[in-house]
Each structure stands twice: as structure tokens, then as C-alpha cells.
Design a protein around this ligand. Structure first.
Ligand code: ADP
Ligand code: MG
Length: 320
């Protein structure tokens, strides 16, 4: 099967047809419109077989995760997603695989109202690269660099689930409760980009980042960019019921601190904005937990448990 036939059969038909797309798939480039007063936010993430997903992962999950991790980056910038492009490297043209993969792409594109506007299809080791683009009103993008000492640190959802899910998928761990097992594996395979949180944080949060490599690792990006320090109370880390009932209390803290792939948002808010934040989160039914506070000691991360120093050496995932 030729490249154009793969594109034609699996990717050209998209149910989302956005008004801001003038030319989508089929020409040498896509042509799109950016609304007045909005800035364009662009992000790219690659998922490599054997690195970001197990070769046994079902293609539907691979497709949806590839979209979700990119939308998570847009969420962390406070942006609203609009378009995606897909660069796909395939070792072979496997019709069944492509059917499931493209269904995953279509379903997620529908769900998030984003349009697939182009891409590239090549022969090679299995790799999925998605570029996502979205809008944020001028001057309202959330960044890593504007955090201030005294800011309260929040995390959305629950932390560490995907790390346990990975051990389950790798058969390194077994959990008897099937509901907990499925919940944790789904947290690995089907992360939820916190888009509503991101847009609600505009003009409220001082900084924001999404948690892809693990809390201890990712928070350092904010500390470095903003020249702050942080105190995190490990007893306040938000943990799922499935996690609490499946691993020891110390293991749970370890997963929550250092396992990657959660795609929750970590953000900081000043004391003045804390009240407004809490009201907005409650009215939007969003769960976010205050886990600590920033300090003026540049780049120093302190972990505490019941106000005692908590020793922890395992850092997050590093590629190199
Ligand atoms: P070119 O040779 O000009 O780069 P291609 O043959 O690679 O064009 O692609 C033809 C059209 O299909 C382009 O509009 C491109 O953006 C789109 N396309 C290619 N691969 C994909 C893909 N995996 N998903 C979505 N669109 C794709
Ligand atoms: Mg091409």
C-alpha cells in the first residue's frame, strides 16, 4: 500500500471540520486562521515504541495518548486546542492496526473538537509524533517563569497512578482488585489533559507545568525558570483510592513524587489569588490539592512529612 493510500483510507476523513481551517489534509500545507486577539501556542511530542509505550499497547490507546500528551502541554500553557498534525513512522502497513489507531485519533479529535490538518507518513520504527496548536488570549499564556516565593503549589487529580499502571502493564506487580487494576492501567494508557483547569487558571496562576516526568523532576523546571525554592508536604499528595489500597504508604509517596506519565497540572498561585482560585475550581467541579509553598531559596526543593524532613533520592524519568 502506498503512502497516499494510507492517508486517504485512514486519515483524510475527519468528522471535525473547524471553520478556522481553510485548507486541511491534502495539499502541501494546511491553511488556518487565528482569531483576533489570540496568540498561537504550538507544542510537539513524540511517542516511541519501547520508550513511551510498550510494544504490546493497543493502537487505540497509543493514538489517544499521543493526542492527550500534546493537549496536556496546551493545557499547561492555558491554551484552548484547535488543530493537530500527525507524523507517523510505521514498520509495516497493518490494516487492523491502522484501523484501530485512526479510530483513536478520530474519537479524540471529536471529543476535544480539534481538527487533524496534516502530517507525514513514513516507513520506519513505530513512532507517533503529534504537533498540537491552540489559542490563548494575548498576554495570558501560563508559563514556568513567573512563579513567586510565597505562592501556594497545587496539583490536579491524583498523582502516581500511571507509575503503578506501568508496573502492572509490565507484569512487575499484581493487584487482586480488578477495578483498581483497570483504573491504574487506564491512567497510564488514557491520560486526561486538564484543559478546563488550564483555561480557568489564566490571570490567576503565576506558573503552570504539566507532570510528564514526575513531580520532583518537573517542579524543578518552575524552580529554575522562576529562581524559587519549594516545600512540598508529602502527606498532602493527592492519592487515588486504587493506589492507597494497592501499594504501601511509602510506595504511594514514591510513585506520586517520581513516577511520570500522570499528565496532571502543577501550578502556583499567590496568596491574594488563592480565594478566587478555590471558588473557581469548586464551581467548575475541579479537584486540585494544595501540596506546598514556594520559597525564596533558589532551586532548593524540600520534602517534608508531618513537618520533618523527608529523605527521597529517586528522581523522575530522564531520557539521557
Ligand atoms: P508531501 O509529499 O507534499 O509532504 P504527503 O504525501 O506527505 O505530502 O502528504 C499529503 C497530504 O497528507 C498532506 O496534506 C499531509 O499534510 C497529509 N498527511 C500525510 N500524512 C498524514 C498523516 N499521517 N495524518 C494526517 N495527514 C497526513
Ligand atoms: Mg511528506
Amino acid at each position: 500500500m502506498k503512502e497516499f493510500k494510507v492517508i486517504e483510507d485512514f486519515f483524510k476523513q475527519q468528522s471535525v471540520q473547524r471553520k478556522d481551517v481553510v485548507i486541511g489534509i491534502g495539499d502541501d500545507g494546511a491553511v488556518t486562521h487565528i482569531p483576533e486577539g489570540q496568540a498561537l501556542v504550538t507544542t510537539t511530542d513524540t511517542l516511541l515504541s519501547g520508550v513511551h509505550f510498550l510494544p504490546s499497547t493497543n493502537p487505540h490507546a497509543i493514538a489517544q495518548k499521543a493526542i492527550a500528551v500534546n493537549l496536556s502541554d496546551l493545557a499547561a500553557m492555558g491554551a484552548e486546542p484547535a488543530w493537530i498534525s500527525l507524523s507517523l513512522s510505521l514498520p509495516e502497513v497493518d490494516q487492523v492496526w491502522l484501523e484501530e489507531f485512526s479510530r483513536g485519533i478520530r474519537e479524540h479529535a471529536d471529543y476535544y473538537s480539534v481538527q487533524l490538518i496534516g502530517g507525514d507518513t513514513v516507513h520506519g520504527p513505530l513512532a507517533v509524533t503529534i504537533t498540537a496548536q491552540g489559542f490563548v488570549p494575548f498576554d495570558q499564556a501560563l508559563t514556568r517563569s513567573q512563579a513567586k516565593p510565597g505562592d501556594f503549589i497545587y496539583a490536579t487529580g491524583t498523582l502516581g497512578d500511571a507509575g503503578v499502571g506501568l508496573q502492572l502493564a509490565q507484569l512487575k506487580r499484581k493487584i487482586d482488585n480488578p477495578e483498581h487494576h483497570n483504573f491504574l492501567v487506564n491512567r497510564l494508557d488514557y491520560p486526561t489533559p486538564r484543559l478546563l483547569v488550564g483555561t480557568s487558571l489564566r490571570r490567576i496562576a503565576n506558573s503552570c507545568i504539566d507532570l510528564s516526568d514526575g513531580l520532583v523532576s518537573d517542579i524543578q523546571h518552575i524552580l529554575r525558570a522562576s529562581q524559587c525554592g519549594a516545600v512540598i508536604h508529602v502527606d498532602k499528595l493527592p492519592l487515588s483510592q486504587a493506589m492507597i489500597e494497592s501499594v504501601t504508604a511509602d510506595e504511594a509517596i514514591g510513585f506520586a513524587l517520581s513516577a511520570g506519565d500522570d499528565y496532571e497540572l502543577l501550578f502556583t498561585v499567590s496568596e491574594e489569588q488563592k480565594g478566587l482560585l478555590e471558588t473557581n475550581l469548586a464551581s467548575a467541579n475541579i479537584k486540585a490539592t494544595c501540596i506546598g509553598q514556594l520559597t525564596g531559596v533558589a532551586e532548593k526543593l524540600e520534602l517534608r512529612q508531618n513537618d520533618q524532613a523527608y529523605e527521597f533520592t529517586h528522581l523522575g524519568y530522564e531520557h539521557f
